[in-house]
Ligand binder design. Structure first.
Ligand code: KG4
Ligand code: ZN
Length: 344
């Protein structure tokens, strides 16, 4: 089996995946949401210290799950997120992976976090299906990735400024709702009756470019909040619903343009924001209109987790993509290249 480690942002997570059939045998995660909530967002220094505390706790749990006198004997390799993410949190995962690899004499498999999200669609499934295009919406990214096969992927579109997850978090912060913002903004948006959403302008409406932008929408929310003081709960709900429907309409506008211009067999929705029920439903409807199959990850694997890193790691194991323990390093950047026809 494969041990996988995720520490790219504010979730410490470990998982054990069976190599033969990709069955997820065990996984655990310690989220740092409570600690970062007071600051309205992730504080890298704090996140790094918490990983240093939490990763060994999770390893103890993995050890207990494996049991016996030599609990780590069934391990064949260690997969870990090495990029993209916060350098000082990625380093915590790298440190643990290297210590384990050296002491247990195991190979290391380096996993790109964005590919990890893509493979969240195939946790517990022995066969990943390609070609596949995915919309990745998370705290760090808003991208369309075209994956022709496991070794041939390209970024087709991305955000010109902020990511959608970060925008959900900022909107929540403006409304004093804590961190992470996505779940609480979604919950409040549900309280707003249909048709009463606060009206915000659709980003990049006139632009044909395949790209996303959320900074203007975020600013429009900021102005609406400033104008509406003191905020009633009713108005809060209207602002949350207005933000969510406008952000989603923008996603759909661009995904529609993509589906019209490319030959897409199947489409996936991944990343933390893909836990949003409204966005899932809207994208389901869009894909149905195009007769395209939509793949969705189970809700528990939308936000960061080591199970998806393990699933991606199995692909690396099958292709013997092992890294040198002495030279393997972290990077804040993804290894997935821009496609030639993307605009950035
Ligand atoms: O994928 P993820 O765990 O971390 C990154 O790779 O960035 O995504 C975290 C993001 C946060 O910004 C959080 O607010 C957002 O996912 N999120 C949601 C929901 N659940 C989490 N956004 C909208 N609706 C949700 N239900
Ligand atoms: Zn992520």
């Amino acid at each position: 089996m494969l041990l996988s480690i995720e520490s790219s942002c504010d979730d410490s997570s470990l998982a054990l995946t069976r190599l033969e059939d990709c069955k997820l045998l065990w996984h655990a995660k310690i989220s740092q949401e409570a600690e970062h909530s007071a600051h309205g967002g992730v504080v890298p220094e704090l996140a790094s210290r918490l990983h240093a505390h939490n990763l060994p706790l999770l390893l103890q749990k993995a050890k207990a799950f494996l049991g016996g006198k030599t609990p780590f004997a069934p391990l064949k390799a260690i997969a870990l997120t090495t990029r993209p993410g916060l350098a000082i949190t990625l380093l915590e995962g790298l440190m643990m992976a290297k210590a384990l690899a050296l002491s247990l004499n195991l190979p290391l498999i380096s996993v790109d976090h964005l590919k990890g999200h893509l493979y969240s669609l195939f946790i517990n499934q022995p066969c990943a299906r390609f070609p596949l295009s995915v919309l990745l919406v998370s705290g760090g990214h808003t991208l369309i990735i075209e994956a022709r096969d496991p070794t041939n992927m390209g970024i087709i579109a991305q955000s010109l400024d902020d990511s959608l997850g970060e925008s959900f978090d900022k909107v929540a912060r403006m409304l004093g709702l804590g961190y992470p913002g996505g779940p609480v903004v979604e919950k409040l948006a549900c309280l707003c009756p249909a048709g009463e959403e606060y009206p915000f302008p659709l980003p990049l409406r006139q632009k044909s470019a395949l790209a996303f932008s959320f900074s203007g929408l975020k600013n429009a929310v900021r102005l609406a909040v400033a104008k509406a003081q003191p905020l009633s709960q009713e108005l809060q709900a209207q602002i949350c619903a207005g933000f969510q429907t406008t952000a989603c309409a923008h996603l759909l506008h661009k995904v529609r343009a993509y589906l019209q211009s490319a030959r897409v067999e199947r489409f996936g929705l991944v990343g933390g924001v893909s836990a949003n029920t409204y966005i899932r439903t809207q994208l389901e409807n869009l894909c149905a209109e195009f007769g395209i199959e939509l793949l969705l990850a189970p809700l528990e694997f939308c936000t960061d987790n080591a199970a998806m890193i393990g699933r991606a790691g199995v692909m690396g194991y099958q292709h013997a993509e092992f890294s040198d323990v002495h030279t393997l390093d972290i990077s804040p950047h993804t290894e997935i290249p821009q496609s030639a026809d993307s605009i950035l």
